[in-house]
Design a binder for this molecule. Structure first.
Ligand SMILES: [Zn+2]
Length: 317
């Protein structure tokens, strides 16, 4: 399979709720979300938007008493009420704006309250509730979600995803030489600036639960650490790496899967970086016919190719 896939982690406040003060990017998250949508439309690039389940709600009681949670104070920061009063905790019209966009996006899910599935606190009971609540909130809002994304791509409880009829999830990026290195952020910076290796292409596959995994290739975000900050002032090695990934997908068999978080977009140069990458993608697509596909489209192709994987889900309720 040859394709470029883009996926967005749509979280608003839920991705950073355990921090004492919301970071600046959370305050601007709704604007970032809208600007990303406009940019994808401009380049006609369809994207998989993985929406935290709570964002499908238009109101809540702020308590969620019947929802099994990893800790007793899990919903402490949830202000409850209605979307208009707490715009960072509810999607409001934003989820609808994904569906209405011309680019033809896929709406996918994340755990209802952004619980990390493999952190040792998320029991199977919590995973069931987090998965089912997302499915139900999405269905009540009129959306049928089949793809699931887990925080930090740390995959666990896949049997639960399969039981609830999901067909696809985002797997972890393949391990690279700098992962776990003693000076990891420096090593990664060297990799992007000196070695200039291409990010990995990935091979979507059907797992033992009949789910299609589409692993990540790279995240379009600033490099960490002082060395990363320095090299970004001298150019944009992250954008260049993404372009190398696109070129590689046009030349070799495999998928280049670029991941984005609206929380990584708070400054003008962050949006410029995305435009640079999408301009390149548009040019390569025009020249080579390289397809840009959603995770759901990739999964549908693989499952048609392997009818033995068709399953009867338990269903949302
Ligand atoms: Zn709530």
């Amino acid at each position: 399979m040859t394709a470029v896939v883009l996926s967005v982690d749509a979280e608003l406040a839920w991705g950073d709720r355990d921090r004492p003060d919301p970071p600046r990017h959370v305050e601007s998250a709704r604007d970032s979300w809208s600007r990303l949508l406009a940019t994808f439309d401009e380049f006609d690039v369809p994207v998989t938007w993985a929406v935290v389940g709570h964002l499908f709600l238009s109101e809540c009681d702020g308590e969620h008493d019947d929802h099994a949670t990893p800790t007793d104070d899990w919903f402490e920061d949830d202000p409850g009420g209605r979307a208009a009063r707490s715009p960072l905790w509810f999607g409001g019209g934003l989820v609808g704006s994904i569906a209405d966009a011309d680019a033809g996006h896929e709406i996918a899910g994340q755990p209802f309250s952004h619980a990390a599935f493999d952190d040792g606190r998320t029991t199977r009971e919590v995973a069931v509730v987090e998965t089912r609540a997302t499915l139900e909130a999405a269905a009540d809002a009129g959306f049928d979600v089949e793809t699931f994304v887990l925080p930090r791509n740390e995959v666990a409880h896949r049997d639960v995803l399969a039981a609830y009829g999901f067909t696809c999830y985002r797997g972890a990026r393949p391990a690279l030489w700098f992962d776990g290195a003693r000076l990891e952020s420096l090593a990664k910076t060297v990799d992007l600036t000196v070695s200039r290796t291409s990010p990995p292409l990935v091979e979507p596959a059907v797992d033992d639960h009949g789910l299609v995994t589409v692993p990540a290739s790279m995240r379009l975000a600033d490099l960490d650490g002082p060395a990363g900050t320095l090299v970004q002032t001298l150019g944009d090695p992250v954008a260049r790496a993404a372009k190398r990934g696109i070129d590689r997908a046009a030349e070799e068999d495999g998928v280049f899967h670029l991941c984005l978080r609206p929380s990584d977009f708070s400054e003008e140069r962050d949006f410029e970086r995305l435009r640079t990458v999408l301009e390149h993608l548009d040019a390569v697509r025009e020249e080579t016919g390289l397809p840009v596909r959603t995770m759901g489209e990739v999964a549908a192709d693989l499952q048609v190719a392997d009818p033995a994987t068709s399953r009867t889900p338990i269903g949302p309720r």
